[in-house]
Design a protein. Structure first.
Length: 398
């Protein structure tokens, strides 16, 4: 009926492949720059790697040749990273001759992934977001920076694609800055490392990981939202380069949140999967959005674990051309974990431990540990990942 073609070889990619296999029994093809532990030694994924795969010419040649070797097959293309999404949108006119996919235009992608432009859209659409101050390189070099709010503040790169390729001491995905001295140190490190884009300074929203949430949605080819699934966080990552990532999610529902973001996505003419990072602000009793990813998120398998297999909405839309009512997920079948259960027991906040224990009793799933794709090598990788998570939390939380 169709063949899933996944761009990426990481945990996100394996979660997508596992979801396709669970729903349809499909073997997926994954393409990326290098083999990663999540998709290695798998029976449900055929991995193809090329160290130059992110090069546009190599990217197109590889995918076109793959499609030409499979005449008549319906090839469903799905990205698991911002870079691959950009390559799809930029080359959609060529790729649509060979693949089925659903993404926004390159122009909209540029607006939404640029946080400054995204917040301007949020302002226009009345979508709550943290108070924000934009810093460019000229402001840094001239010292003309005047933050309009007090410390602590949040600090992150506006251009996430450029920033992710930089390497320097003390690099973090996002920063919580406690003082002016710390602010000057970190912004100097960032620009001295070669970063050329803007930096985003924001008011810091207090509250632990239990205030964080993720919302994934699917908007069909006609611009109608067909799926919404809320994930609530009880524990987040502690490694500096992973700050802001989730490691314990459970699916839930929020009717007002669903309606708000459904209206937003349809109003701006969105297409495909959307992934929003949110945090609840106790001062205003509202969720505020930090960013949107033009794809399903890194932790997207939380949806399938929780009872919402997200890939079926893509298949129904592009392969089956099936009309359906919008699905608003509620309830939780299983918890999604990225750490050993011991970490949950030790490091979830005291006031949430009873809730965590109750949720864990329903069962929990790790993206990479699939009952239909188990062997000794994958078992070793799975055990090492769990043990490593205990060591990491002990180191950073002691």
């Amino acid at each position: 009926m169709f063949t899933p073609v996944i761009l990426g070889t990481d945990a996100n990619a394996y979660g997508v492949a596992r979801s396709f296999h669970k729903e349809y029994g499909k073997i997926s093809y994954c393409f990326g720059r290098k083999p990663l532990i999540y998709t290695r030694d798998s029976k449900i994924v055929n991995v193809h790697v090329d160290p130059n795969f992110e090069d546009e010419e190599v990217f197109l040649k590889t995918l076109i040749n793959f499609a030409k070797d499979r005449p008549g097959e319906k090839l469903l293309l799905i990205s698991c990273s911002d870079g691959y999404t950009s390559l799809i949108t930029k080359n959609s006119g060529i790729l649509k001759e060979y693949y089925l996919f659903n993404y926004v235009s390159p122009e909209m992608q540029k607006l939404l992934e640029n946080k400054e432009d995204f917040y301007n859209i949020c302002e226009k659409e009345n979508l709550p977001y943290p108070k924000t101050y934009i810093i460019d390189k000229n402001m840094y070099e001239s010292g003309d920076i005047h933050l309009p709010f007090s410390y602590p503040i949040a600090l992150k790169a506006n251009d996430s694609i450029e920033f992710v390729h930089l390497h320097f001491e003390g690099k973090k995905k996002a920063y919580k800055i406690l003082s002016e001295e710390e602010f000057k140190l970190e912004i100097k490190r960032i620009y001295d490392a070669g970063y050329t884009g803007d930096m985003i300074a924001q008011e810091f929203i207090e509250g632990g990981p239990e205030n964080m949430a993720v919302l994934n949605a699917y908007v069909d080819k006609n611009g109608k939202v067909k799926m919404m699934c809320l994930g609530r966080c009880l524990l987040d990552a502690v490694l500096p380069e992973e700050i802001g990532n989730y490691v314990f999610l459970y699916t839930d529902s929020d009717e007002n949140l669903y309606k708000t973001y459904e209206k937003f996505l349809e109003s701006i003419g969105y297409r495909g999967f959307a992934n929003f990072d949110l945090k609840y602000d106790d001062r205003t009793n509202t969720y505020k959005v930090f960013e949107i990813n033009i794809r399903q998120g890194r932790s997207s398998y939380y949806m399938t674990a929780g009872g919402c297999n997200f890939v079926k909405f893509l298949v129904e839309d592009l392969v089956l051309n099936k009309e359906r009512e919008t699905y608003y997920h509620s309830g939780c079948e299983k918890v999604w974990l990225y750490v050993d259960p011991f970490v949950v027991k030790e490091y979830v906040s005291e006031d949430k431990k009873i809730l965590a224990k109750r949720l864990m009793k329903r069962g929990f799933e790790f993206t990479q540990w699939y009952e239909k794709d188990r062997n000794f090598k994958r078992f070793l990788a799975y055990v090492r990942a769990r043990l490593s998570s205990i060591k990491i939390y002990w180191r950073y939380k002691k």
